[in-house]
Each structure stands twice: as C-alpha cells, then as structure tokens.
Write a protein of this length. Structure first.
Length: 353
DNA sequence: AAGAAACACAACCGCATGCCA
DNA sequence: TTGGCATGCGGTTGTGTTTCT
C-alpha cells in the first residue's frame, strides 16, 4: 500500500500556520466543505499539503472544538479512561466532547502524566510505582501476567466481536423478520447510550450503590459522535445487541446490567436460547458464533472478579460531583480527595481476591 | 538584564487501515 | 485479488513562551 505523496512534494510550506492561511482554509471549508483533503490546498490557494490542512482543521480551526484549560472533570475523565484504554487518544477524545485527540494527548504528556508520577503512580499501569517496577515478587508477576493475558484476549476478542456482531445482526434481520418492507418496531428503540459509558452500567448494575462521595446522575453529558469507541464499549454493545434481539422482531428494553450478568452466569445460553428458538434456521450459525465468543464470557467474568476495576469509572457519569482541588489553591485534604476519587479503586484494590 | 532551562502545544512523520477501481 | 489513494492514529519533534539563575 503506497503512502500518500502529498507530504513529500517540494515547495510546500511547513511549520506554523499564519493567520492568512487559517482564514483561507476556514473560508474554503465553510463554502465548499473539505472534500478531498489532497485536492483542497490548490483550490483554497494554500501552499500546504492536504494532510497539513486536515490536521490544522481538525485540531484547531474546527468550530466545534473546545479550547482552553481542561476542567477538573475532564482531567478525571482522561485519567480514568487512560487507565482503561491506555494511549488510545481518539477513543478517549470521543468521550470528551469538543476535545481533540491531539489536545488530550498533549495534555496527558505535559500535565497528567507528571501528576501521576509525582504522587508515585506509574502513568502506564496507574498503579503505585513499586507495583510496576518491583517484579521480584511472585504475586506481582502473577498480576502482571494476568493483566497481559487479559488485555491480549480482550484485543483479540474485540476484533472478532466487531465483525461477528455485524454478522449476527445480518442473520437476525434476514431470518427473524419478514422480507422488506421491514415491520415497524412496536416500541421505539431506546435512546442511544453514550458508548463510552456502557461499562458504567455494568458496574452500577452489578455492584449496586455508587461509591461514597460520588453523586451519580444521568449519563447524557458525553459525546456520542464516535460510535466505534473502545473495546469495552464494543463488547458491551455486542452483548447488548445480542440480549436485546428477540425473535419476534420486537426490541425489548432490558436492564443492561442484569442482561450481562445473565450472560456471564450462563455463557451464550440466554442469547442462543432466544435466537435459536422458534425454529430459527440459522440458529446453528448463531450458536457457532456464540461458541466462538465464549472468550467474551471469560472476559466479562474477569471483570466481575475485579469489580474494583470498574467501580472507578462511576465518576465518568456526567454530572457526577467529585470534589477536587481548585487550581492553584490546593489544600492537602482536597488533593487527597481528588486523587482518591480518581485512583483508589484501580490502584489499591486491584489485587485479586 | 541576559542567557539557560523548562514548559506548553502546534505541527509533523510515518505506519495502519479502509475504500475503490 | 491487487494496488493506489485517502484518512486515522499515535509517537515525536520543533518552536514560541515562561521561569529560573
């Protein structure tokens, strides 16, 4: 696969953008849309490569991006999501409306990483430094191995889920419902759930009360623009789809938490039961998929063995109130509270029961 | 006041991936 | 199926600004 040659052309300007260039780019996109980025620069009268224009637009000029200082809540969200997702900046950005992945990445590297280091946490593992570095302890090695295996399985399964969920959806629509025209849904579909918050429902449903000091409200405050967010959300979306798809073509509202617990307690059984019943001729196909997906069951079961891993993400709920230090005026108590709210669950309770 | 060091962030680089002819 | 193109993404670099000595 050849690389784009646009950046290798000679005579194109590089480096910081001038005000005039910004205005040209902005004016052109407002009038025509960006279209093909590669074709844009000459049309807009810019001596830049298309890639540079795209970057300037997506990271700076786009009208729907928020600039300026990160709020306390945004900081907390980034830290929590980073603990879950690692350096997947675009996935993290999709949960922070109006922030670009580049901005979040920079903020992490210049501020948050240092904050974690300063309080003795490893910015990669989000665990106390000695956990990450002192691998002489058999228990530590076991934990790290377990995490590595878990992550490996998760990534592998994620790839499969994405393709399989599509297949299941196709099977469902081609067999469980009559041919077109599609019957109308008897009940309106539930409002789209912010994908990044799927994991929260599990933690709330499975372990009931939110953590002390955290006020849970609703989850409407996050951007839902990026549907393909994360492995976690894609996995849960898959499960949600499976469990919500009833053979009679009616979309039922389910308690997501109880569904996923049912799924864990009886891997595949509930979904397969529903789909293969009623003489679904493609049941064998679905069952095959589910057999293939038993790994998912293991993963979710792992989550349930590590409830503390998920507990920490309750703070992601929009409107959740987490007391934190005011900038430049940080009392020690508030600092402790701030970090406890963010970090305690995943740093102090990770050890396998 | 001047130079050095540290910091912050915009921009670049190059690989990965999806789409399409 | 293959190859070219466009775009997404994460790591890295460059440059302007601020703080320190």
């Amino acid at each position: 696969m050849g690389r784009s040659a646009c950046c290798e052309k000679v005579g194109l300007k590089k480096g910081p953008w001038t005000r005039e260039e910004d205005e040209k780019l902005l004016a052109y996109i407002q009038q025509h849309g960006h279209g093909s980025w590669r074709a844009l620069p000459p049309k807009a009268g810019l001596q830049r490569c298309g890639k540079s224009c795209r970057l300037r637009w997506t990271n700076y000029l786009r009208p729907d991006i928020k600039r300026g200082k990160f709020s306390l809540q945004e900081e907390q969200t980034i830290i929590q999501l980073h603990a879950l997702l690692g350096n997947r900046w675009s996935a993290i950005a999709s949960c922070l409306s109006k922030r670009t992945d580049n901005e979040i990445k920079n903020y992490w590297n210049t501020h948050l990483k240092k904050k974690l280091i300063k309080i003795g946490l490893d910015p990669i593992t989000h665990k106390p430094k000695y956990h990450a570095l002192d691998c002489n302890q058999p228990k530590d090695i076991a934990n790290l191995n377990h995490m590595a295996q878990w992550e490996s399985a998760r990534l592998e399964a994620e790839a499969r889920i994405i393709s399989e969920s599509k297949l299941i959806s196709d099977v469902y629509h081609s067999t469980a419902t009559p041919p077109p025209p599609r019957p109308p849904l008897l009940a309106p579909p539930p409002p789209p759930r912010p994908s990044c918050l799927d994991v929260l429902k599990v933690s709330q449903g499975a372990w009931g009360t939110p953590r002390k000091g955290v006020t849970i409200t609703n989850s409407n405050g996050f951007s839902t623009t990026n549907a393909a967010l994360t492995s976690v959300s894609s996995m849960l979306k898959f499960s949600d789809t499976m469990l919500s798809a009833s053979i009679d073509g009616v979309i039922h509202e389910h308690s997501f938490a109880s569904d996923i617990i049912n799924y864990v307690e009886s891997p595949g059984a509930c979904a397969i039961g529903r789909i293969t019943s009623e003489n679904n001729q493609d049941g064998y196909q679905v069952k095959g998929i589910m057999d293939n997906s038993l790994q998912i069951h293991d993963m979710v079961a792992d989550w349930l063995r590590f409830p503390s891993f998920l507990e920490g993400f309750t703070d992601l709920q929009s409107g959740s109130v987490v007391t934190g230090p005011a900038d430049n005026a940080v009392s020690e108590d508030n600092t402790n509270s701030y970090w406890n709210n963010i970090l305690l669950p995943s740093t102090h309770k990770w050890i396998r029961p």
